[in-house]
Design a protein around this ligand. Structure first.
Ligand SMILES: Cc1ncc(COP(=O)(O)O)c(C=O)c1O
Length: 372
């Protein structure tokens, strides 16, 4: 047992403290009305989040993974189709493609931003490439003008993975609402987190929205009539209720995350660490640094009871579940470097300054011992 008080990687109790009083009576009302699956709370949250994102349609589903799966299916992606994706992302970005028998075409990422490298994507274009999946990883908005131009040039659909980036903007528009379809995760630890699993598909296209709405609900065209293979991926009323109470706080919580990120960046400016590059909007779902001494630094932090994360230590091209997919596994040098060197530091809305000060002094202490 470590006697020093822990610095948690994330602590969601501060969010609950802010919404508890308003939320509890409404949970009572939800239980009394039995609106457990879809229902009025989901419909209301869909309207509110569509408004926040600046899109015409929002479709609440069971998770971010389900959002992506249904978005791919709604876009008509099927067996043998190819989709360009970054090798540096969470596996949930591509499960849906694999379930549909489509081929994720892994691309390396940009060394500065860590986001999908469009030059590398261009080199990996092949027949039957149908779509591109910009992942706004860690909360950093990808340049959607560049993605849009690339997609138009190659005749691709754009499906955004905005699971980590709710609220981030590009060119004044919120990510996840710029491509043909955008997908969000409300996993509890996300910037906007539910009290369980939940996700969302956003789009301006009424036909895609209708298709996604049908697919999430067993592809039902009328009661107990199923037009195609469907999913049971409806959003829970309880999740929509909690999300609806958190949404009004999101901008303030994001501002707090940005302030914490700025404090880390200033405190580490003179250290031999690669910090998040400036430029591009960032909502800091994660604050990550790169250092060849990652494992030693992480062990040092753990000794001081400071939690940290590795996002992601095994990149997609080295995942055992993709072992049978043909690709040149040594053609992702930037992703491989990030996987070796990345370290995510504690940062969450409501994190006390004293906790952050402890992280800062621990990191500075590590490098003060002549490590470079
Ligand atoms: C980038 C990314 N894509 C997809 C997902 C999948 O979301 P979920 O965990 O809600 O299924 C996540 C979240 O874990 C994620 O971070």
């Amino acid at each position: 047992m470590n006697a020093i008080a822990p610095v948690p990687f994330v602590d969601l109790a501060c969010q609950w403290a802010e919404i508890r009083d308003a939320t509890l009576p409404e949970i009572d009302a939800l239980f009394a009305s039995s609106a457990f699956v879809l229902g009025p709370w989901v419909a209301r949250f869909e309207r509110e989040i569509a408004d926040y994102l600046g899109v015409r349609h929002a479709v609440g589903v069971g998770s971010g993974t389900a959002a992506l799966h249904i978005a791919f299916a709604a876009a008509g992606i099927g067996p043998g189709d190819r989709v360009l994706v970054p090798a540096h992302t969470f596996i949930g970005s591509i499960w849906g493609l694999l379930y549909l028998g489509a081929e994720p075409v892994l691309c390396d990422v940009d060394a500065r931003t860590g986001l999908l490298d469009l030059d590398d994507a261009a080199r990996r274009m092949a027949p039957r490439t149908r779509a591109i999946l910009p992942v706004h990883l860690y909360g950093r908005a990808m340049d959607m003008d560049e993605v849009g131009a690339f997609a138009r040039e190659h005749g691709l659909m754009v499906i955004e993975d905005a699971a980590q980036a709710i609220g981030a903007r590009h060119g004044g528009r919120r990510v996840g609402g710029i491509g043909d379809l955008g997908c969000f995760s409300f996993y509890p630890g996300k910037n906007l987190g539910a009290a369980g699993e939940a996700g969302l598909i956003a789009t301006d296209d009424a036909a895609l929205a209708d298709r996604a709405r049908a697919l999430r609900n067993h592809a039902q065209t009328e009661t107990y009539v199923h037009g195609e293979l469907g999913f049971n991926e409806r959003m829970d009323g309880l999740q929509a209720l909690v999300l609806g109470h958190k949404l009004p706080h999101l901008e303030r919580w994001t501002a707090h995350r940005r302030a914490q990120a700025a404090r880390y960046a200033a405190a580490f400016a003179d250290l031999p660490l690669v910090l998040p590059a400036p430029g591009g909007d960032h909502v800091f779902h994660l604050f990550t640094v790169l250092t060849p001494h990652r494992d030693a630094l992480r062990a040092d932090l753990a000794r001081m009871n400071i939690q940290s994360g590795l996002h992601y230590k095994v990149p997609l091209h080295r995942q055992p579940c993709l072992r049978d997919h043909a690709m040149d596994r040594d053609s992702f040098p930037v992703t491989d470097r990030i996987a070796r060197e990345t370290l995510s530091l504690p940062l969450y809305a409501g994190m006390p300054d004293a906790q952050q000060a402890r992280v800062i002094s621990a990191v500075r202490h590590f490098f003060s011992r002549g490590i470079s």
